[in-house]
Design a binder for this molecule. Sequence first.
Ligand SMILES: NC(=O)c1ccc[n+]([C@@H]2O[C@H](COP(=O)([O-])OP(=O)(O)OC[C@H]3O[C@@H](n4cnc5c(N)ncnc54)[C@H](O)[C@@H]3O)[C@@H](O)[C@H]2O)c1
Length: 258
Amino acid sequence: MQIGGVTAVVTGAAKGIGAALVAELKTRGAAHVAAFDISDAVNSCGADSSYTLDVSDAAEMRAAIGAVEASAGPIGLFCSNAGIIGALDLSFENAAGASVADWQRAWDVNVMAHVHAAAVLVPLMRARGGGHFLQTASAAGLLSQIGSAPYATTKHAAIGFAENLAISHRDDGIRVSVLCPQGVDTDMIRGAEDHPAAMDGVLSAEAVAKAALDGVEAERFLILPHPKVEGYLTAKVAHYERWIGGMAKLQRGYKPAS
Ligand SMILES: NC(=O)c1ccc[n+]([C@@H]2O[C@H](COP(=O)([O-])OP(=O)(O)OC[C@H]3O[C@@H](n4cnc5c(N)ncnc54)[C@H](O)[C@@H]3O)[C@@H](O)[C@H]2O)c1
């Protein structure tokens, strides 16, 4: 799709990858960039308009999308980027050990926010003959996340939803891209710089935003800013049993000595 002239929304835009997406969309000539975030800091992210909301709340999402469409015109690109990692559990005592509330919050923010946006926008985009969703998942949604079952599980689900959205609405002119980086230099990984997710190098948020929008312009489904992820994914699919063993070995090396 052409980013020049488009009306775009970015969620999780107050900082990190979202703020970099806002800046990169402006650089590439988007006509209007609307920023959504749960934090008031969204008001100073450099977007053309900003909205403070919780993207996991369907009614708040519907209202904010409606407000953007009413004031800035039809949304052509929706960058569903907000996400949370929750607490890492590096004791490795119980993969299911996070509280029910933490599992639910991860599900609501990392999965349902994408669903809420699509529920509103798919009918509008179908009526207009197309549109584009960019959904930030993670390499953790392809390759798991050592120390966080809720993050790994919900990012897999986010990719599952993106695939279904892309398949269901290809013939309606709707395109979907799913962004799957490893480590990115944002507050999300602060204090966990030695985590295996960072072992292939930590990219800047700006570099990831550029890769993401290159992928959108090329209408690519899977966007992998860290090139090694493609090889890991191929190896996983080709040798699934060996891959599980390899990941367990990686975790073993990361486990603090007791
Ligand atoms: N940083 C990484 O290493 C990395 C790697 C892979 C994927 N990701 C994904 O990239 C996306 C952006 O992460 P980031 O690294 O920029 O993190 P970040 O913590 O710097 O920024 C996340 C932003 O999302 C907002 N947010 C969180 N919950 C929200 C909610 N319920 N409603 C509205 N806004 C909400 C936060 O206020 C914040 O501004 C996330 O989906 C994350 O899972 C990050």
